[in-house]
Unconditional design. Structure first.
Length: 192
């Protein structure tokens, strides 16, 4: 069976500092925006599979029903998650992405990348077809950034641009909180 590369889409909600979590890894209530949650859940519902780190997942009743790649350094080969037969434990340092995707048994479709920081960074190098970045006005100082270095040595925009991504559109999700979602895609794709 020939397996096509999936469309890779990233999904993150960030504070104004570019943080996705508090310093101890908790998802901050300040960036928990109902309109974003609805956008996010609708998006992962359309995906063929989800990629996340051991401590990041989309939550909800459908989480165990989705095919997924769980990125972890605790395995050296692809292993079915003992707690979820639809999930594959994957260490990118020992197994290429193409092999992990093939192991899921999905011919094509969308892979929704949902975090955390190291997972978002890895897929910058693999290549996003789109990255949906939800920006809030909330403050989460000293938290965990969406990408390594954000907040200390680089902005989110600088990291995305260094990896060949350009902002294509911005849409208001929630006027009351000033929350918007930006779509970033490869600059080589041209303006839309």
């Amino acid at each position: 069976m020939t397996v096509a590369r999936p469309r890779i889409e990233g999904y993150a909600v960030i504070s104004r500092e570019g943080m996705i979590a508090t310093a101890d890894g908790r998802f901050p209530d300040a960036i928990r925006i109902p309109a974003d949650h609805e956008f996010y859940q609708d998006s992962v519902d359309r995906a063929s599979a989800v990629a996340n780190g051991r401590h990041s997942a989309e939550g909800g009743e459908k989480e165990k029903l989705r095919h997924r790649l769980v990125l972890t350094r605790r395995v050296n080969r692809l292993v079915t998650d003992p707690h979820n037969p639809r999930a594959i434990l994957w260490n990118p340092a020992s197994t290429p992405f193409e092999e992990a995707w093939k192991r899921l048994g999905i011919k094509d479709g969308i892979l929704a990348v949902v975090g955390g920081t190291d997972v978002f960074q890895l897929f910058l190098t693999i290549g996003y077809d789109a990255f949906y970045l939800t920006r809030t006005e909330a403050s989460v100082p000293g938290g965990r950034p969406v990408f390594p270095g954000v907040g200390s040595s680089a902005t989110v925009e600088e990291v995305m641009a260094r990896h060949g991504l350009a902002r294509r559109s911005t849409r208001l999700l929630d006027a009351a909180t000033g929350t918007v979602v930006e779509e970033w895609s490869p600059a080589s794709a041209g303006a839309q």
